[in-house]
Design a protein around this ligand. Structure first.
Ligand code: ZN
Length: 138
C-alpha cells in the first residue's frame, strides 16, 4: 500500500499521512482522513435487487400459487392474497370432489406467468419494475 502524503499548510513539505506535525517546520498538519473511495458499479455487474430475479422467477414458475415469489420480492400483501387464493381454490376443489380443480390453476398460472415475466426481463428492467416501482402484479 502506497504511503499517503499530505502537504504542510506552512511550508508545503509533503509529509507522510501519519505525521501529526510537519517534519520540516513543525506546523500542525490538518487532519485529512482517507478520502472515501467512491466505488462505482463495475460495468456489467447486476444492479442491487437483481439477485432476486432468478429466485423469484423460479419460485413463481415452480411454486406458482403459493406466492413465494411475492414474498421474495417483499410483496407480503400480494403473497398472502395469492396464497389465500390458492388455498381457497384448493378447498373448493376438495369439497366439490374435484369439479372445482381447474380453479386451483388460476393462482398457479398467475405465478407461472409472473415467474416467466421476471426471468425474461433484463436485470435493469427487473430492478426498475419490481424493486424501484414495486409493481404489485405482473
Ligand atoms: Zn512545514
Amino acid at each position: 500500500m502506497a504511503t499517503q502524503y499530505k502537504p504542510c499548510p506552512g511550508c508545503g513539505t509533503q509529509n507522510p499521512g501519519i505525521n501529526v506535525r510537519c517534519t520540516n517546520c513543525g506546523t500542525v498538519l490538518p487532519i485529512s482522513p482517507m478520502p472515501m473511495q467512491q466505488v462505482p458499479r463495475p460495468p456489467g455487474a447486476a444492479p442491487a435487487g437483481a439477485e432476486k430475479k432468478i429466485a423469484a422467477g423460479i419460485c413463481g414458475i415452480v411454486l406458482g400459487g403459493l406466492g413465494i415469489h411475492k414474498f421474495i420480492l417483499g410483496y407480503t400483501q400480494e403473497g398472502v392474497i395469492l396464497l389465500s387464493a390458492y388455498l381457497v381454490t384448493l378447498i373448493i376443489a376438495i369439497v366439490t370432489c374435484g369439479i372445482g380443480t381447474p380453479l386451483v390453476f388460476i393462482p398457479t398460472v398467475i405465478g407461472i406467468i409472473e415467474g416467466i415475466m421476471y426471468l425474461t426481463k433484463s436485470d435493469e428492467e427487473f430492478v426498475q419494475t419490481y424493486i424501484v416501482n414495486k409493481k404489485p402484479w405482473f
